[in-house]
Ligand binder design. Structure first.
Ligand code: M6R
Length: 617
Protein backbone atom coordinates (compact mmCIF):
# COMPACT_ATOMS: atom_id res chain seq x y z
CA UNK A 1 0.00 0.00 0.00
CA UNK A 2 1.06 3.64 0.14
CA UNK A 3 4.75 4.29 0.73
CA UNK A 4 6.26 7.21 2.61
CA UNK A 5 9.80 8.55 2.44
CA UNK A 6 11.13 11.60 4.28
CA UNK A 7 14.57 13.09 4.73
CA UNK A 8 16.44 15.85 6.52
CA UNK A 9 20.21 16.14 6.45
CA UNK A 10 23.08 17.24 4.22
CA UNK A 11 22.39 15.15 1.10
CA UNK A 12 20.18 16.03 -1.86
CA UNK A 13 16.68 15.34 -0.52
CA UNK A 14 15.37 14.87 -4.07
CA UNK A 15 17.65 11.88 -4.73
CA UNK A 16 16.99 10.32 -1.35
CA UNK A 17 13.22 10.65 -1.72
CA UNK A 18 13.03 9.47 -5.33
CA UNK A 19 15.35 6.50 -4.76
CA UNK A 20 13.48 5.69 -1.57
CA UNK A 21 10.15 5.72 -3.41
CA UNK A 22 11.60 3.31 -5.95
CA UNK A 23 12.50 0.94 -3.13
CA UNK A 24 8.92 1.11 -1.89
CA UNK A 25 7.40 0.46 -5.32
CA UNK A 26 6.91 -3.18 -4.36
CA UNK A 27 4.20 -2.14 -1.92
CA UNK A 28 1.87 -1.39 -4.83
CA UNK A 29 0.74 2.11 -5.90
CA UNK A 30 -0.92 4.13 -8.61
CA UNK A 31 0.50 7.65 -8.19
CA UNK A 32 3.52 9.38 -6.74
CA UNK A 33 4.51 12.78 -5.41
CA UNK A 34 7.25 14.78 -3.74
CA UNK A 35 7.54 17.99 -1.72
CA UNK A 36 10.81 19.72 -0.93
CA UNK A 37 11.44 22.66 1.38
CA UNK A 38 13.78 24.91 -0.60
CA UNK A 39 16.44 27.26 0.77
CA UNK A 40 13.84 30.04 1.12
CA UNK A 41 11.74 27.61 3.20
CA UNK A 42 9.10 27.42 0.49
CA UNK A 43 7.48 24.21 -0.69
CA UNK A 44 8.16 22.82 -4.16
CA UNK A 45 5.55 20.18 -4.96
CA UNK A 46 5.22 17.78 -7.88
CA UNK A 47 2.80 14.88 -8.06
CA UNK A 48 1.23 12.72 -10.70
CA UNK A 49 -0.87 9.69 -11.41
CA UNK A 50 1.42 6.90 -12.57
CA UNK A 51 4.79 5.54 -11.58
CA UNK A 52 7.88 7.03 -9.95
CA UNK A 53 9.38 7.35 -13.46
CA UNK A 54 6.46 9.60 -14.39
CA UNK A 55 7.12 11.69 -11.31
CA UNK A 56 10.79 11.99 -12.24
CA UNK A 57 9.79 13.20 -15.71
CA UNK A 58 7.92 16.16 -14.26
CA UNK A 59 10.16 16.91 -11.29
CA UNK A 60 13.79 16.67 -12.50
CA UNK A 61 14.39 20.36 -12.00
CA UNK A 62 13.91 19.91 -8.24
CA UNK A 63 17.15 17.94 -8.05
CA UNK A 64 19.77 19.65 -5.91
CA UNK A 65 17.33 22.23 -4.52
CA UNK A 66 16.83 21.04 -0.93
CA UNK A 67 18.12 18.99 1.96
CA UNK A 68 14.71 18.31 3.45
CA UNK A 69 11.64 16.82 1.84
CA UNK A 70 9.27 13.91 1.61
CA UNK A 71 7.59 11.76 -0.99
CA UNK A 72 4.75 9.33 -1.37
CA UNK A 73 3.45 6.49 -3.48
CA UNK A 74 -0.34 6.32 -3.28
CA UNK A 75 -2.58 3.25 -3.46
CA UNK A 76 -6.01 4.76 -4.02
CA UNK A 77 -8.66 4.40 -1.34
CA UNK A 78 -10.64 7.66 -1.25
CA UNK A 79 -10.84 8.98 -4.80
CA UNK A 80 -9.58 7.56 -8.08
CA UNK A 81 -5.89 7.57 -8.98
CA UNK A 82 -5.35 11.09 -10.38
CA UNK A 83 -2.89 13.96 -10.18
CA UNK A 84 -5.22 15.81 -7.83
CA UNK A 85 -5.66 12.92 -5.43
CA UNK A 86 -1.94 12.16 -5.32
CA UNK A 87 0.04 13.14 -2.24
CA UNK A 88 1.49 15.42 -0.88
CA UNK A 89 -1.55 17.48 0.01
CA UNK A 90 -1.30 21.07 1.16
CA UNK A 91 -3.44 22.91 3.68
CA UNK A 92 -5.62 25.78 2.47
CA UNK A 93 -3.00 28.36 3.51
CA UNK A 94 -0.36 26.39 1.58
CA UNK A 95 1.92 26.23 4.59
CA UNK A 96 1.45 22.63 5.71
CA UNK A 97 2.22 19.58 3.56
CA UNK A 98 1.29 16.01 4.41
CA UNK A 99 1.82 12.48 3.09
CA UNK A 100 -0.33 9.73 4.54
CA UNK A 101 -0.68 5.97 4.45
CA UNK A 102 -3.95 4.51 5.77
CA UNK A 103 -7.57 5.59 6.03
CA UNK A 104 -9.15 8.33 8.13
CA UNK A 105 -12.54 6.74 8.78
CA UNK A 106 -14.30 9.85 10.13
CA UNK A 107 -12.95 12.14 7.41
CA UNK A 108 -16.42 12.95 6.14
CA UNK A 109 -17.63 14.41 9.45
CA UNK A 110 -14.45 16.44 9.79
CA UNK A 111 -14.69 17.59 6.18
CA UNK A 112 -18.23 18.85 6.80
CA UNK A 113 -17.09 20.74 9.89
CA UNK A 114 -14.13 22.28 8.04
CA UNK A 115 -16.28 23.18 5.04
CA UNK A 116 -18.64 25.03 7.36
CA UNK A 117 -15.62 26.95 8.65
CA UNK A 118 -14.74 27.98 5.11
CA UNK A 119 -12.13 25.40 4.13
CA UNK A 120 -12.13 24.19 0.54
CA UNK A 121 -10.82 20.94 -0.88
CA UNK A 122 -9.00 20.19 -4.11
CA UNK A 123 -9.12 16.40 -3.87
CA UNK A 124 -11.47 13.62 -2.83
CA UNK A 125 -9.00 12.30 -0.27
CA UNK A 126 -9.28 11.81 3.47
CA UNK A 127 -5.68 13.03 3.71
CA UNK A 128 -6.47 16.56 2.58
CA UNK A 129 -9.01 16.70 5.41
CA UNK A 130 -6.31 15.84 7.94
CA UNK A 131 -3.86 18.49 6.76
CA UNK A 132 -6.58 21.12 6.93
CA UNK A 133 -7.55 19.97 10.39
CA UNK A 134 -3.96 20.70 11.44
CA UNK A 135 -4.24 24.21 9.95
CA UNK A 136 -7.60 24.62 11.67
CA UNK A 137 -6.04 23.95 15.09
CA UNK A 138 -3.18 26.35 14.39
CA UNK A 139 -5.59 29.08 13.25
CA UNK A 140 -7.78 28.48 16.28
CA UNK A 141 -4.95 28.54 18.84
CA UNK A 142 -2.16 30.76 17.51
CA UNK A 143 -0.15 30.04 20.65
CA UNK A 144 0.25 26.30 19.94
CA UNK A 145 3.16 25.07 17.89
CA UNK A 146 3.11 22.88 14.80
CA UNK A 147 3.76 19.49 16.49
CA UNK A 148 1.02 20.25 19.02
CA UNK A 149 -1.44 21.05 16.23
CA UNK A 150 -0.58 17.74 14.57
CA UNK A 151 -1.21 15.99 17.86
CA UNK A 152 -4.53 17.74 18.35
CA UNK A 153 -5.60 16.75 14.86
CA UNK A 154 -4.55 13.12 15.32
CA UNK A 155 -6.60 12.96 18.49
CA UNK A 156 -9.67 13.86 16.46
CA UNK A 157 -9.33 11.19 13.79
CA UNK A 158 -9.87 7.49 13.87
CA UNK A 159 -8.83 4.86 11.41
CA UNK A 160 -5.30 3.96 10.43
CA UNK A 161 -2.42 6.19 9.54
CA UNK A 162 1.25 6.74 9.14
CA UNK A 163 1.88 10.40 8.34
CA UNK A 164 4.73 12.78 7.73
CA UNK A 165 4.06 16.52 7.87
CA UNK A 166 6.09 19.63 7.04
CA UNK A 167 5.33 23.28 7.85
CA UNK A 168 6.90 26.22 5.99
CA UNK A 169 7.12 28.26 9.20
CA UNK A 170 8.98 25.43 10.95
CA UNK A 171 11.90 24.92 8.57
CA UNK A 172 13.88 21.75 9.07
CA UNK A 173 11.17 20.06 11.15
CA UNK A 174 9.44 16.82 10.18
CA UNK A 175 6.52 15.61 12.27
CA UNK A 176 5.53 11.97 11.96
CA UNK A 177 2.83 9.84 13.57
CA UNK A 178 1.56 6.31 13.41
CA UNK A 179 -1.50 4.27 14.22
CA UNK A 180 -1.95 1.01 12.37
CA UNK A 181 0.44 1.69 9.49
CA UNK A 182 4.18 1.21 9.90
CA UNK A 183 6.81 3.95 9.98
CA UNK A 184 10.54 3.70 10.58
CA UNK A 185 12.98 6.51 11.40
CA UNK A 186 16.55 5.95 10.20
CA UNK A 187 19.21 7.60 12.37
CA UNK A 188 22.22 8.67 10.33
CA UNK A 189 25.19 10.88 11.12
CA UNK A 190 23.71 14.40 10.93
CA UNK A 191 20.76 13.13 8.93
CA UNK A 192 17.41 11.45 9.52
CA UNK A 193 15.32 9.28 7.24
CA UNK A 194 11.67 8.38 7.44
CA UNK A 195 10.14 5.51 5.54
CA UNK A 196 7.38 2.93 5.56
CA UNK A 197 10.10 0.31 6.00
CA UNK A 198 13.87 0.45 6.29
CA UNK A 199 14.61 -0.35 2.63
CA UNK A 200 14.90 3.31 1.45
CA UNK A 201 17.70 4.09 3.89
CA UNK A 202 19.49 0.80 4.46
CA UNK A 203 22.64 1.90 2.62
CA UNK A 204 22.96 5.05 4.75
CA UNK A 205 22.41 3.75 8.26
CA UNK A 206 21.88 0.53 10.19
CA UNK A 207 20.16 2.27 13.09
CA UNK A 208 16.43 2.79 13.16
CA UNK A 209 13.53 3.52 15.44
CA UNK A 210 10.27 1.76 14.60
CA UNK A 211 7.59 4.16 15.72
CA UNK A 212 5.12 2.42 18.03
CA UNK A 213 1.34 2.46 17.68
CA UNK A 214 -0.12 5.75 18.93
CA UNK A 215 3.23 7.54 18.96
CA UNK A 216 4.39 10.60 17.08
CA UNK A 217 7.83 12.16 16.68
CA UNK A 218 9.20 15.59 15.94
CA UNK A 219 12.48 15.32 14.04
CA UNK A 220 15.03 18.01 13.28
CA UNK A 221 18.82 18.18 12.96
CA UNK A 222 19.00 20.56 15.92
CA UNK A 223 16.70 18.74 18.35
CA UNK A 224 17.06 15.12 17.18
CA UNK A 225 14.06 12.81 17.59
CA UNK A 226 11.46 13.72 20.19
CA UNK A 227 8.89 10.93 20.60
CA UNK A 228 5.56 11.49 22.35
CA UNK A 229 2.33 9.61 22.83
CA UNK A 230 -0.40 11.05 20.65
CA UNK A 231 -3.10 10.85 23.28
CA UNK A 232 -1.39 12.60 26.21
CA UNK A 233 1.95 13.92 24.96
CA UNK A 234 4.01 11.76 27.36
CA UNK A 235 7.68 11.65 26.43
CA UNK A 236 8.97 8.28 25.23
CA UNK A 237 12.60 7.16 25.24
CA UNK A 238 13.49 6.06 21.72
CA UNK A 239 14.42 2.43 21.27
CA UNK A 240 17.09 2.32 18.60
CA UNK A 241 17.35 -0.98 16.75
CA UNK A 242 20.18 -2.40 14.68
CA UNK A 243 18.99 -3.28 11.19
CA UNK A 244 19.85 -6.72 9.85
CA UNK A 245 18.63 -5.82 6.37
CA UNK A 246 21.31 -5.57 3.68
CA UNK A 247 21.24 -3.77 0.34
CA UNK A 248 21.89 -7.05 -1.46
CA UNK A 249 18.71 -8.53 0.00
CA UNK A 250 16.55 -5.82 -1.52
CA UNK A 251 18.17 -5.77 -4.96
CA UNK A 252 17.40 -8.06 -7.88
CA UNK A 253 20.84 -9.69 -7.99
CA UNK A 254 20.82 -10.27 -11.76
CA UNK A 255 17.28 -11.63 -11.99
CA UNK A 256 14.80 -9.92 -14.26
CA UNK A 257 12.23 -9.67 -11.49
CA UNK A 258 12.16 -9.93 -7.72
CA UNK A 259 9.58 -12.68 -8.05
CA UNK A 260 11.95 -14.90 -10.05
CA UNK A 261 14.77 -14.16 -7.62
CA UNK A 262 12.52 -15.09 -4.72
CA UNK A 263 11.36 -18.31 -6.39
CA UNK A 264 15.01 -19.29 -6.83
CA UNK A 265 15.87 -18.32 -3.27
CA UNK A 266 13.58 -21.00 -1.87
CA UNK A 267 16.16 -23.71 -1.23
CA UNK A 268 17.96 -21.17 0.95
CA UNK A 269 14.90 -19.54 2.51
CA UNK A 270 13.37 -22.89 3.52
CA UNK A 271 16.75 -23.87 4.94
CA UNK A 272 16.95 -20.55 6.82
CA UNK A 273 13.49 -21.14 8.27
CA UNK A 274 14.72 -24.43 9.74
CA UNK A 275 18.16 -23.20 10.77
CA UNK A 276 18.73 -23.61 14.50
CA UNK A 277 15.29 -25.18 14.87
CA UNK A 278 15.60 -28.52 13.17
CA UNK A 279 18.44 -30.49 14.74
CA UNK A 280 18.24 -33.80 12.93
CA UNK A 281 21.29 -35.39 14.56
CA UNK A 282 19.92 -34.72 18.01
CA UNK A 283 16.44 -35.74 16.92
CA UNK A 284 14.84 -32.51 18.17
CA UNK A 285 12.94 -29.49 16.95
CA UNK A 286 13.82 -26.42 18.98
CA UNK A 287 11.15 -23.76 18.93
CA UNK A 288 11.12 -21.70 22.08
CA UNK A 289 7.86 -19.97 21.11
CA UNK A 290 6.07 -23.33 21.02
CA UNK A 291 7.96 -25.04 23.80
CA UNK A 292 7.40 -22.26 26.34
CA UNK A 293 3.65 -22.61 25.78
CA UNK A 294 3.41 -26.24 24.81
CA UNK A 295 0.79 -27.09 27.43
CA UNK A 296 -1.35 -24.22 26.18
CA UNK A 297 -1.28 -25.81 22.73
CA UNK A 298 -1.76 -29.33 24.04
CA UNK A 299 -4.77 -28.38 26.12
CA UNK A 300 -6.30 -26.03 23.59
CA UNK A 301 -9.95 -26.59 22.74
CA UNK A 302 -8.89 -25.92 19.21
CA UNK A 303 -6.41 -23.94 17.19
CA UNK A 304 -7.85 -21.20 15.00
CA UNK A 305 -5.61 -20.09 12.14
CA UNK A 306 -6.40 -16.63 10.79
CA UNK A 307 -4.80 -15.11 7.73
CA UNK A 308 -5.48 -13.64 4.29
CA UNK A 309 -4.52 -14.56 0.73
CA UNK A 310 -1.49 -16.76 0.36
CA UNK A 311 -1.00 -16.90 4.12
CA UNK A 312 -4.53 -18.29 4.39
CA UNK A 313 -3.59 -21.03 1.94
CA UNK A 314 -0.59 -21.83 4.14
CA UNK A 315 -3.03 -21.95 7.06
CA UNK A 316 -5.17 -24.56 5.27
CA UNK A 317 -2.13 -26.76 4.87
CA UNK A 318 -1.33 -26.07 8.52
CA UNK A 319 -4.73 -27.51 9.40
CA UNK A 320 -3.91 -30.77 7.61
CA UNK A 321 -0.49 -30.91 9.27
CA UNK A 322 -1.54 -30.12 12.84
CA UNK A 323 -4.63 -32.34 12.78
CA UNK A 324 -2.71 -35.24 11.25
CA UNK A 325 0.35 -35.15 13.47
CA UNK A 326 -0.65 -33.36 16.69
CA UNK A 327 -4.34 -34.37 16.67
CA UNK A 328 -5.50 -30.94 17.84
CA UNK A 329 -8.65 -29.65 16.12
CA UNK A 330 -7.88 -26.77 13.79
CA UNK A 331 -10.11 -24.22 12.07
CA UNK A 332 -8.86 -21.87 9.39
CA UNK A 333 -10.57 -18.54 8.80
CA UNK A 334 -10.18 -15.55 6.58
CA UNK A 335 -9.24 -12.81 9.03
CA UNK A 336 -11.79 -10.44 7.49
CA UNK A 337 -14.67 -12.90 8.01
CA UNK A 338 -13.58 -14.00 11.46
CA UNK A 339 -13.64 -10.47 12.69
CA UNK A 340 -17.15 -9.61 11.62
CA UNK A 341 -19.05 -12.82 12.32
CA UNK A 342 -19.16 -12.72 16.12
CA UNK A 343 -17.02 -15.86 16.53
CA UNK A 344 -17.02 -17.96 19.68
CA UNK A 345 -13.57 -17.58 21.20
CA UNK A 346 -12.55 -18.57 24.70
CA UNK A 347 -9.39 -18.49 26.75
CA UNK A 348 -8.95 -22.19 25.92
CA UNK A 349 -8.43 -21.36 22.25
CA UNK A 350 -5.10 -20.79 20.59
CA UNK A 351 -5.11 -18.43 17.63
CA UNK A 352 -2.30 -18.61 15.09
CA UNK A 353 -1.99 -15.56 12.84
CA UNK A 354 -0.02 -16.04 9.65
CA UNK A 355 1.21 -12.96 7.83
CA UNK A 356 4.24 -12.35 5.63
CA UNK A 357 4.19 -8.60 6.16
CA UNK A 358 2.90 -8.66 9.71
CA UNK A 359 0.95 -5.52 8.82
CA UNK A 360 -2.23 -6.85 7.20
CA UNK A 361 -5.07 -4.78 8.67
CA UNK A 362 -7.68 -7.57 8.55
CA UNK A 363 -5.39 -10.04 10.31
CA UNK A 364 -4.39 -7.45 12.87
CA UNK A 365 -8.00 -6.55 13.65
CA UNK A 366 -9.00 -10.23 13.98
CA UNK A 367 -6.09 -10.82 16.33
CA UNK A 368 -7.06 -7.92 18.53
CA UNK A 369 -10.55 -9.37 18.81
CA UNK A 370 -9.22 -12.83 19.74
CA UNK A 371 -6.89 -11.27 22.28
CA UNK A 372 -9.72 -9.33 23.90
CA UNK A 373 -11.59 -12.62 24.32
CA UNK A 374 -8.62 -14.15 26.11
CA UNK A 375 -7.27 -16.50 23.46
CA UNK A 376 -3.55 -17.22 23.36
CA UNK A 377 -2.12 -15.57 20.26
CA UNK A 378 0.75 -17.02 18.24
CA UNK A 379 2.24 -15.23 15.25
CA UNK A 380 3.97 -16.56 12.15
CA UNK A 381 5.41 -13.50 10.42
CA UNK A 382 8.23 -12.85 8.02
CA UNK A 383 8.86 -9.20 8.82
CA UNK A 384 10.68 -8.88 12.11
CA UNK A 385 9.16 -6.42 14.57
CA UNK A 386 6.07 -5.96 12.43
CA UNK A 387 2.82 -4.94 14.10
CA UNK A 388 1.41 -8.47 14.24
CA UNK A 389 4.70 -9.86 15.55
CA UNK A 390 4.52 -7.33 18.35
CA UNK A 391 1.00 -7.91 19.57
CA UNK A 392 1.20 -11.70 19.67
CA UNK A 393 1.92 -13.57 22.92
CA UNK A 394 4.58 -15.67 21.21
CA UNK A 395 5.56 -16.62 17.71
CA UNK A 396 8.03 -17.84 15.13
CA UNK A 397 9.58 -15.73 12.42
CA UNK A 398 9.84 -17.41 9.05
CA UNK A 399 13.24 -15.82 8.30
CA UNK A 400 12.67 -16.03 4.54
CA UNK A 401 14.38 -12.66 4.00
CA UNK A 402 12.66 -9.61 2.50
CA UNK A 403 10.00 -10.55 -0.04
CA UNK A 404 9.67 -7.70 -2.53
CA UNK A 405 7.58 -9.25 -5.34
CA UNK A 406 3.92 -8.58 -4.60
CA UNK A 407 3.09 -12.20 -5.36
CA UNK A 408 4.19 -14.20 -2.36
CA UNK A 409 6.45 -17.17 -3.11
CA UNK A 410 9.29 -17.81 -0.70
CA UNK A 411 7.26 -16.52 2.24
CA UNK A 412 4.62 -19.16 1.46
CA UNK A 413 7.05 -22.08 1.47
CA UNK A 414 8.65 -20.67 4.63
CA UNK A 415 5.22 -20.51 6.29
CA UNK A 416 4.64 -24.16 5.33
CA UNK A 417 8.01 -25.05 6.81
CA UNK A 418 7.18 -23.38 10.14
CA UNK A 419 3.76 -25.04 10.25
CA UNK A 420 5.40 -28.41 9.56
CA UNK A 421 7.86 -27.86 12.40
CA UNK A 422 5.03 -26.86 14.74
CA UNK A 423 2.95 -29.91 13.80
CA UNK A 424 5.86 -32.31 14.32
CA UNK A 425 6.93 -30.66 17.56
CA UNK A 426 3.42 -30.75 19.03
CA UNK A 427 2.87 -34.27 17.70
CA UNK A 428 6.02 -35.50 19.40
CA UNK A 429 5.08 -33.79 22.66
CA UNK A 430 1.47 -34.99 22.58
CA UNK A 431 2.56 -38.55 21.81
CA UNK A 432 0.50 -38.56 18.63
CA UNK A 433 3.59 -38.80 16.45
CA UNK A 434 5.74 -41.79 17.34
CA UNK A 435 9.48 -41.45 17.64
CA UNK A 436 10.38 -43.55 14.61
CA UNK A 437 8.04 -41.63 12.34
CA UNK A 438 9.18 -38.34 13.84
CA UNK A 439 12.81 -39.18 13.12
CA UNK A 440 12.09 -40.22 9.58
CA UNK A 441 9.93 -37.13 8.89
CA UNK A 442 12.47 -34.66 10.24
CA UNK A 443 15.23 -36.26 8.17
CA UNK A 444 13.05 -35.85 5.11
CA UNK A 445 12.19 -32.26 6.03
CA UNK A 446 15.87 -31.48 6.39
CA UNK A 447 16.36 -32.53 2.76
CA UNK A 448 13.45 -30.46 1.37
CA UNK A 449 15.71 -27.56 0.30
CA UNK A 450 17.57 -30.08 -1.88
CA UNK A 451 14.28 -31.29 -3.36
CA UNK A 452 13.35 -27.69 -4.20
CA UNK A 453 16.73 -27.22 -5.85
CA UNK A 454 16.11 -30.32 -7.98
CA UNK A 455 12.68 -29.01 -9.02
CA UNK A 456 14.09 -25.63 -9.97
CA UNK A 457 16.83 -27.07 -12.12
CA UNK A 458 14.76 -29.81 -13.76
CA UNK A 459 11.62 -27.79 -14.52
CA UNK A 460 12.76 -24.21 -15.15
CA UNK A 461 13.36 -24.46 -18.91
CA UNK A 462 10.49 -26.83 -19.50
CA UNK A 463 8.04 -24.46 -17.79
CA UNK A 464 9.22 -21.57 -19.94
CA UNK A 465 8.27 -23.64 -23.00
CA UNK A 466 4.93 -24.74 -21.58
CA UNK A 467 4.04 -21.19 -20.59
CA UNK A 468 4.32 -19.97 -24.20
CA UNK A 469 1.32 -22.13 -25.11
CA UNK A 470 -0.92 -20.34 -22.60
CA UNK A 471 -0.25 -16.69 -23.25
CA UNK A 472 -3.65 -16.16 -24.87
CA UNK A 473 -5.60 -18.34 -22.44
CA UNK A 474 -8.37 -16.67 -20.48
CA UNK A 475 -9.26 -19.33 -17.88
CA UNK A 476 -7.46 -21.96 -15.86
CA UNK A 477 -8.50 -24.60 -13.35
CA UNK A 478 -6.16 -25.91 -10.65
CA UNK A 479 -6.98 -29.16 -8.91
CA UNK A 480 -5.45 -31.09 -6.05
CA UNK A 481 -6.52 -33.36 -3.22
CA UNK A 482 -5.66 -33.47 0.46
CA UNK A 483 -2.56 -31.40 1.20
CA UNK A 484 -2.46 -30.35 -2.42
CA UNK A 485 -5.93 -28.85 -2.53
CA UNK A 486 -4.64 -25.64 -0.83
CA UNK A 487 -1.58 -25.87 -3.09
CA UNK A 488 -4.02 -25.77 -6.05
CA UNK A 489 -5.71 -22.69 -4.56
CA UNK A 490 -2.32 -21.05 -4.20
CA UNK A 491 -1.30 -21.94 -7.76
CA UNK A 492 -4.50 -20.34 -9.07
CA UNK A 493 -4.00 -17.22 -6.94
CA UNK A 494 -0.45 -16.80 -8.24
CA UNK A 495 -1.63 -16.97 -11.84
CA UNK A 496 -4.49 -14.53 -11.47
CA UNK A 497 -2.50 -12.03 -9.42
CA UNK A 498 0.26 -11.50 -11.93
CA UNK A 499 -1.11 -12.55 -15.33
CA UNK A 500 -4.74 -11.36 -14.85
CA UNK A 501 -5.95 -14.68 -16.23
CA UNK A 502 -9.01 -15.96 -14.44
CA UNK A 503 -8.03 -19.06 -12.48
CA UNK A 504 -9.81 -21.15 -9.88
CA UNK A 505 -8.56 -23.78 -7.51
CA UNK A 506 -10.68 -26.72 -6.37
CA UNK A 507 -10.36 -29.95 -4.48
CA UNK A 508 -10.19 -32.39 -7.41
CA UNK A 509 -13.21 -34.35 -6.19
CA UNK A 510 -15.35 -31.21 -6.21
CA UNK A 511 -14.91 -30.91 -9.94
CA UNK A 512 -17.91 -33.12 -10.62
CA UNK A 513 -20.10 -30.87 -8.46
CA UNK A 514 -19.90 -27.93 -10.82
CA UNK A 515 -16.60 -26.88 -12.40
CA UNK A 516 -16.66 -29.90 -14.74
CA UNK A 517 -19.23 -27.92 -16.76
CA UNK A 518 -16.41 -25.56 -17.77
CA UNK A 519 -14.20 -28.23 -19.25
CA UNK A 520 -13.71 -28.35 -22.99
CA UNK A 521 -10.71 -28.34 -25.32
CA UNK A 522 -9.97 -24.71 -24.45
CA UNK A 523 -9.73 -25.20 -20.70
CA UNK A 524 -6.27 -25.88 -19.25
CA UNK A 525 -6.36 -27.80 -15.98
CA UNK A 526 -3.32 -27.93 -13.74
CA UNK A 527 -3.58 -31.06 -11.66
CA UNK A 528 -1.28 -31.86 -8.77
CA UNK A 529 -1.01 -35.64 -8.65
CA UNK A 530 1.85 -36.93 -6.49
CA UNK A 531 2.06 -40.66 -5.81
CA UNK A 532 1.34 -40.30 -2.11
CA UNK A 533 -2.04 -38.77 -1.50
CA UNK A 534 -5.17 -40.21 -3.08
CA UNK A 535 -3.37 -40.98 -6.33
CA UNK A 536 -5.98 -43.49 -7.56
CA UNK A 537 -8.75 -40.99 -7.01
CA UNK A 538 -6.81 -38.35 -8.90
CA UNK A 539 -6.33 -40.78 -11.79
CA UNK A 540 -10.13 -41.01 -12.03
CA UNK A 541 -10.41 -37.20 -12.00
CA UNK A 542 -7.86 -36.99 -14.81
CA UNK A 543 -9.85 -39.53 -16.82
CA UNK A 544 -12.96 -37.41 -16.38
CA UNK A 545 -11.10 -34.35 -17.68
CA UNK A 546 -9.61 -36.32 -20.58
CA UNK A 547 -13.05 -37.53 -21.60
CA UNK A 548 -14.08 -33.88 -21.95
CA UNK A 549 -10.94 -32.93 -23.89
CA UNK A 550 -9.56 -30.58 -21.22
CA UNK A 551 -5.85 -29.70 -21.60
CA UNK A 552 -4.04 -31.37 -18.73
CA UNK A 553 -0.88 -29.97 -17.17
CA UNK A 554 0.05 -32.61 -14.61
CA UNK A 555 2.46 -32.15 -11.75
CA UNK A 556 3.51 -35.71 -10.95
CA UNK A 557 6.31 -37.62 -9.28
CA UNK A 558 9.28 -38.79 -11.30
CA UNK A 559 8.53 -42.04 -13.08
CA UNK A 560 4.77 -41.58 -12.97
CA UNK A 561 2.89 -43.46 -15.70
CA UNK A 562 -0.88 -43.40 -15.33
CA UNK A 563 -1.52 -39.67 -15.09
CA UNK A 564 1.40 -38.84 -17.38
CA UNK A 565 -0.02 -40.95 -20.18
CA UNK A 566 -3.22 -38.92 -20.16
CA UNK A 567 -1.64 -35.49 -19.65
CA UNK A 568 -0.79 -32.99 -22.38
CA UNK A 569 2.09 -31.59 -20.34
CA UNK A 570 3.96 -33.42 -17.59
CA UNK A 571 6.00 -31.63 -14.92
CA UNK A 572 7.96 -34.00 -12.72
CA UNK A 573 8.80 -33.35 -9.08
CA UNK A 574 10.62 -35.66 -6.64
CA UNK A 575 8.54 -38.02 -4.52
CA UNK A 576 8.12 -37.00 -0.88
CA UNK A 577 5.86 -37.88 2.02
CA UNK A 578 2.45 -36.38 1.36
CA UNK A 579 2.83 -33.64 3.96
CA UNK A 580 5.83 -32.14 2.14
CA UNK A 581 4.36 -32.30 -1.34
CA UNK A 582 2.73 -28.83 -1.28
CA UNK A 583 6.13 -27.23 -0.64
CA UNK A 584 7.70 -29.03 -3.58
CA UNK A 585 4.67 -28.84 -5.90
CA UNK A 586 4.22 -25.09 -5.36
CA UNK A 587 7.55 -24.30 -6.98
CA UNK A 588 6.62 -25.28 -10.59
CA UNK A 589 3.24 -23.58 -10.14
CA UNK A 590 5.02 -20.36 -9.18
CA UNK A 591 7.26 -20.67 -12.25
CA UNK A 592 4.26 -21.35 -14.49
CA UNK A 593 2.42 -18.26 -13.23
CA UNK A 594 5.59 -16.20 -13.52
CA UNK A 595 6.40 -17.12 -17.13
CA UNK A 596 2.83 -16.88 -18.40
CA UNK A 597 2.69 -13.37 -16.90
CA UNK A 598 6.08 -12.42 -18.34
CA UNK A 599 5.08 -13.60 -21.83
CA UNK A 600 1.88 -11.60 -21.55
CA UNK A 601 4.00 -8.54 -20.84
CA UNK A 602 2.56 -8.03 -17.35
CA UNK A 603 4.30 -6.06 -14.62
CA UNK A 604 5.12 -9.13 -12.57
CA UNK A 605 6.56 -7.48 -9.48
CA UNK A 606 3.91 -4.78 -9.23
CA UNK A 607 0.68 -6.24 -10.56
CA UNK A 608 -2.14 -3.80 -11.11
CA UNK A 609 -4.37 -2.93 -8.15
CA UNK A 610 -2.38 -5.06 -5.69
CA UNK A 611 -0.37 -4.02 -2.67
CA UNK A 612 2.30 -5.96 -0.86
CA UNK A 613 1.05 -5.19 2.60
CA UNK A 614 -2.65 -4.49 2.76
CA UNK A 615 -2.91 -2.01 5.57
CA UNK A 616 -6.54 -1.07 4.99
CA UNK A 617 -9.54 -3.22 5.84
O1 M6R B 1 1.37 -10.03 4.50
P1 M6R B 1 0.28 -11.06 4.55
O2 M6R B 1 0.80 -12.43 4.47
O3 M6R B 1 -0.62 -10.87 5.74
O4 M6R B 1 -0.59 -10.79 3.26
C1 M6R B 1 -1.77 -11.47 3.01
C2 M6R B 1 -2.20 -11.32 1.58
O5 M6R B 1 -2.47 -9.98 1.30
C3 M6R B 1 -1.13 -11.82 0.62
O6 M6R B 1 -0.79 -13.15 0.86
C4 M6R B 1 -1.60 -11.68 -0.84
O7 M6R B 1 -2.61 -12.59 -1.11
C5 M6R B 1 -0.39 -11.85 -1.76
N1 M6R B 1 -0.43 -10.89 -2.79
C6 M6R B 1 -0.28 -13.21 -2.30
O8 M6R B 1 0.63 -13.36 -3.33
Amino acid sequence: MCGIVGYTGFQDAYDIVINGLRRLEYRGYDSAGIVLEDSANKFEVEKTKGKVDDLVNISKELKGRANIGMGHTRWATHGVPSDRNSHPHLSNNGKIAIVHNGIIENYDTIKTMLTEKGFTFQSETDTEVLVNLIQYFMDLNPEIDFPTAVRYALNEVYGAYAITVLHEDYPGVLVVGRLGSPLAIGIGDKEYFIASDASPFVEFTKEAIYLEEGHMATISLEQGVDIRTINDNSKIEPEIQKLKLSLEQIEKGGYEHFMLKEIFEQPKSVHDTMRGRLLVDEGVIKMAGIWDHVERFKNANRIIIIACGTSWHAGLIGEYLIEEYARIPVEVEYASEFRYRNPIITDKDVVIAISQSGETADTMAALKLAKEKGAFIYGICNVVDSSIARITDAGSYTHAGPEIGVASTKAFTAQLTILTLIAFKLGKHNGTLGNAEFMSLIAELDAIPKRIEEVLSSTHEQIQQISKDFVETTNFLYLGRGYNYPAALEGALKLKEISYIHAEGYPAAEMKHGPIALIDENMPIVIIAPKKGHYDKIVSNVQEIKARKGKIIAVVNKGDRQVSEMADYVIEIPETSECFSPIVASVPLQLLAYYIAVYRGANVDQPRNLAKSVTVE
